[in-house]
Every structure is written in C-alpha cells, then in structure tokens.
Design a protein around this ligand. Structure first.
Ligand SMILES: Cc1cc2nc3c(=O)[nH]c(=O)nc-3n(C[C@H](O)[C@H](O)[C@H](O)COP(=O)(O)OP(=O)(O)OC[C@H]3O[C@@H](n4cnc5c(N)ncnc54)[C@H](O)[C@@H]3O)c2cc1C
Length: 401
C-alpha cells in the first residue's frame, strides 16, 4: 500500500488505516502490539515531533549515563516505520478531528481513519512568575527540549529547579552528580510530598542535601529578574537565588484540547472507559493524555498495561485495562527509592529505620485499620532490598480483592 492509499478513501472501507496520533511510548507500544497480532492491517502514525523511539524516563538521568540527545534515540522514524511495517508522518500536527466523517485534518489535508488512537501525551505546566525573566523557564518533556537543555548546560554552572516531584528530584540528582550547583524549590515541606509520608520525605530531603543540593522547601518563587550572569530569583520569604538556568518541573497536564474541540468527553484527561474507548465511536485514548476509568496515570507501567489491552481490543478481542500493583522507582542514586501507593493513604503508618546488607535505609508502611492490608510502602536507601517481599504481599492482596 502506498502512503496515499493509506491516508485517503471511503470511511466505510475496512482497509482504511488504523491511525495512531503520537509516537511516544504509548503510541509505539500500541503499534507494536497491533502489528504483532495483525501483520496485514494498514497502520498510519502521525506525530508533531521527529518520531524517534526513545525512553523518556532516561531524560532525567542521562547526564549520569553519559548519554546525549542523539544517543537517547534508539531508532529514528524511518527505522521504526520499517520495523513495524507501517507509515509514519513526522513533523505533522493533527489540527482537528471530524468524528462524523472519521477524518483528521493534518496541515491542510484530510486523512480518513477506520479507528483512531490518541496517544498525544501531556504538556508541562508552566508556573506564572512575575518579573522580566519570569517566562524564561525550561521544561524538559521530550527529546527536543532535552537537546535545548544540554546545549544550555554547556555554558552553565548553576541551575534552579522548580518542583521537587519525581521529575524535579531526578534532574536535581543528575545535575549535582555532574558537578553543577543545584537548588530545588518547592512549596511543600518535603520532596515527593504526594508520594512519601512526611517522615520518609524528610529522610529523602536529608540525602539530597548531603549530596550538595540546596533545598528550598516550603517556599515558592515570586519574581525572576535578569542578573549579571544569568537570573536572580526572589522567593516568597525574601531569599534570593542566582542561577544560569531555571528548569521547571511542576507537573504535567494531559493534552486533551484536540479531543475536546472534537466534542469528546474530557475532564483532567481524555475520558475513556476501561477499554480505552472515548465518548466518540472508534476513537481511543492511551498514555499520558488519557483518563482511563477515572484515572490519569502518567507513568510507564500503567501506559504499558493499557496499551497492550487496547491493542487486543483493536484486534477484535475487547480487553479491559487491568493494572497490577505498579511501584514507582525514583532514579536518585543519592537515595534510591521505590514507592507503591500515595502519601495520603489513611491507616496505621509505621516508619522504621533499618540496617540491611545493602546499607542503612528507611521503610514506611501504611496498613488498613480494619483488615490489616498493606496500602502503601516506600523503601528508601538500603531498604529497597525489601521490594520483592512487599510487592508480593501487595500483589496477593490485589488478586484477592
Ligand atoms: C523527565 C521525565 C522522566 C520520567 N521518568 C519516569 C520514570 O522514571 N518512570 C515512569 O514510570 N515514568 C516516568 N516518566 C513519565 C513517562 O515517561 C511518561 O508517562 C511516558 O513517556 C508518556 O508517554 P506518551 O506516549 O503517553 O506521551 P509522549 O511521550 O509525550 O508522546 C506524545 C506524542 O504525541 C505527539 N503529539 C502530541 N500532540 C500532537 C498533535 N496534535 N499532532 C501530532 N502529534 C502530536 C507528540 O509529538 C509525541 O510523539 C518521566 C517523564 C519525564 C518527562
């Protein structure tokens, strides 16, 4: 099939392509799984970026791994198209979806689909900060952002990171290990405040401080100005920080506007049922953009599970998304950390400092007051050696409930 045959035609024609918008981990996982199950089906992928296949989580620890932007891309779009036997339109923005005619508008052209998968990811949230340089924040959410970041680092010594969530703490650890001066600012009193109990958060904070990161917790940036060598940031308690570069890592917002404009149900993300089906016929959503069965889960493991279930559904075997227990691994060599569940779990908390053959660590558990089931665990430092046992406990409960 030529590219033109793949993208035009009568919507009732079953040989119209399955169209996947987005070539991130979600888009490529769906494409790979569908191709594994169906060698014949025409598939067209469309992406506004270059279509490289890469592991996004590596962006926040690539300095330590001595990887530059070019070496992070495992395959380019051409290689992916050949591997998966499909067509990829890269550097092409999907501007509109016409649900009634089952067409997409892509840079002035209309493309018909038999089924459509939206795997369009999420946009970094940008804080609104006063001052002449308040807009000069770098967000790092894809390979192009990462290339800009690495280029800026070449003439940089000091970096301020806004946001001590998962991505902020990982970038901070990566930068300090590469001998940059790093400050980390967050309004919460501890890092990873949504994931860690405050006591575990304090332990995590101590390890980052010991590594040389200047933690400015319980504070936010009020004003950013240019200074002689870079930027000066005024915090709400009057402290001034100076930096050559400001990185914002305050969170992500699912890209739902394309779906919303087409009349699909959206809330925080593109709303789907347990089968990744949106409110429009033959349109599905998966990955960071999707709110599957009431939840946005912008992590790799949920994305993999939902993409595999969706591929089965697209191949004629309707399969609901089912998640096992999915721990989050925090890539901070200063204090390796594994977390399952959130910090707001209610129940009986026990926080224990432990000594293991791998070194000292901290174990935080939260158990249900009524049935004693494990609702949360976080393992810091040497305590990560207990991961397998605790995961086993949680998974066994998960199967029973
Ligand atoms: C720095 C960093 C570190 C992370 N570390 C971890 C980790 O350690 N563990 C973990 O579980 N998760 C981690 N995550 C989260 C994880 O990487 C994401 O959940 C996952 O990569 C999202 O994949 P996606 O395919 O949904 O979205 P994306 O990778 O963002 O892909 C979106 C795709 O949609 C395309 N697109 C968007 N709009 C359009 C349009 N209108 N037209 C055409 N194309 C469009 C884009 O070009 C892109 O190809 C991290 C994220 C970041 C940023």
């Amino acid at each position: 099939m030529t590219k033109d045959e793949a993208v035009k035609g009568d919507p009732s024609d079953h040989r119209l392509p399955l169209v996947i918008v987005g070539t991130g981990l979600a888009g490529y996982t769906v494409a790979r799984e569908v191709r594994r199950q169906d060698k014949e089906r025409p598939i067209l992928m469309i992406t506004q970026d270059g279509g490289e296949s890469y592991s996004k989580p590596m962006l926040s620890n690539a300095l330590a791994q001595r990887k530059g932007p070019a070496s992070l891309a495992n395959f380019d779009a051409k290689e992916m198209a050949a591997q998966l036997e499909l067509t990829i339109l890269s550097q092409c923005v999907v501007g509109r979806i016409h649900t009634s005619s089952k067409e997409l508008e892509v840079q002035g052209k209309r493309i018909s689909y038999s089924q459509l998968v939206l795997a369009v990811g999420a946009d970094p949230k940008r804080p609104k900060i006063d001052g002449p340089a308040g807009g000069e924040l770098l967000c790092i959410n894809d390979l192009d952002d990462y290339a800009r970041y690495r280029q800026k680092l070449e003439s940089c010594r000091s970096v301020v990171i806004l946001g001590a969530g998962l991505i902020g703490v990982e970038f901070a650890n990566d930068l300090v290990a590469a001998k940059f001066e790093v400050s980390l600012v967050d309004p919460a009193p501890v890092p990873l405040s949504r994931l860690l109990h405050p006591d575990a958060g304090s332990e995590f904070a101590n390890a980052l401080s010991a590594e040389g990161i200047n933690l400015q917790l319980g504070r936010s940036v009020r004003h950013v100005d240019y200074s002689k060598l870079g930027y000066s940031l005024t915090l709400d308690d009057g402290v001034t920080l100076y930096a050559d570069l400001i990185v914002s890592a305050i969170g992500l917002a699912p890209r739902a506007s394309l779906a919303k404009a087409a009349g699909l149900d959206t809330r925080e993300g593109i709303v789907t049922d347990a089968y990744c089906r949106t409110s429009a016929p033959d349109i599905f959503a998966v990955g960071d953009c999707a709110e599957i069965h009431g939840k946005v889960q912008p992590y790799v493991l949920p994305l993999m599970h939902s993409a595999r279930a969706l591929a089965a559904t697209l191949c004629g075997r309707p399969t609901p998304v089912e998640y096992p227990v999915m721990p989050v691994v925090v890539k901070t060599p200063a204090i390796p950390t594994i977390i399952a569940g959130t910090a707001d779990a209610s129940g009986r908390w026990s926080i224990e400092a432990i000594d293991t053959p791998n070194g000292k660590g901290l174990k935080a558990l939260c158990t249900d007051l009524t049935n004693g089931q494990l609702k949360h665990f976080s393992l810091l430092g040497g305590a990560i050696s207990e991961k397998t046992a605790l995961l086993g406990t949680m998974s066994a409960q998960h199967v029973r409930t």
